[in-house]
Design a protein around this ligand. Structure first.
Ligand code: GAR
Length: 202
């Protein structure tokens, strides 16, 4: 009985929070860190749904374990898919989208139609190294520093207003893989901080 009461309370608290969606394509470490943050006392957000373009990925398995709604879209017909996603987001009263390793590009029309903020995390110090294969390019160019950036999504790739960045030293011995892992650790800390920053302004 007590247990049941506790679950009702948790549900109620979740309902009073700001409903958010996370979009992923794979492993989902950034999603997990956002989820863990959402469960802290200070957090005003609730992860209501996780959307992915891939079945069976670790991030989706984690969401299912935590009893978060999940939905997979194959993006074969991008127009139809985006319309369906918008409907789903509206139905779930979603106020923020957090892109967390989501490897599909959302079209202008989607961004305009959703109207609420969309955030993304990118594994470089934007505006440097937009797009793919950032770590390979950073090492090829013998950069001394790289890092990660959380930014608002606008109609141009990795170009929206920057919310927060974290610098990471590139060592001579770093490979694209070791650099990616070092940066990922920082991403996992940065994303919740950036979310707190924007939500505290509401
Ligand atoms: C992260 O490094 C993220 O910055 C990157 O994909 C990885 C996802 O890891 N995103 C992009 O490159 C987007 N352009 P995760 O699934 O463990 O969060």
């Amino acid at each position: 009985m007590e247990n049941q009461k506790f679950h009702c309370m948790v549900k109620l608290i979740g309902k009073n929070k700001i409903q958010c969606a996370v979009f992923i394509s794979g492993r989902g470490t950034n999603f997990k860190s956002i989820y863990n943050f959402s469960k802290t006392k200070l957090s005003k957000i609730n992860i209501q749904i996780v959307i992915s373009n891939k079945h069976g990925v670790d991030g989706i398995k984690f969401a299912k374990k935590k009893k978060i709604k999940t939905k997979i879209f194959n993006f074969k017909n991008i127009v139809l898919t985006e319309n369906r996603i918008i409907k789903l987001l509206e139905k779930n009263n979603i106020k923020y989208i957090f892109l967390a390793g989501f490897m599909k590009i959302l079209r202008k029309r989607f961004i305009k139609k959703f109207k609420n903020p969309i955030l993304n995390i990118h594994p470089s110090l934007l505006p440097k190294y937009k797009g793919l294969n950032t770590h390979v390019r950073v090492i090829q160019n013998k950069e001394k520093f790289s890092g990660c950036t959380v930014h608002f999504v606008n109609e141009r790739l990795d170009s929206g207003q920057i919310i927060m960045k974290k610098k990471v030293k590139v060592l001579k011995k770093d490979t694209p893989k070791s650099l990616a892992m070092k940066i990922l650790k920082e991403e996992n800390k940065l994303y919740p901080k950036a979310i707190s920053k924007i939500i505290s302004k509401i």
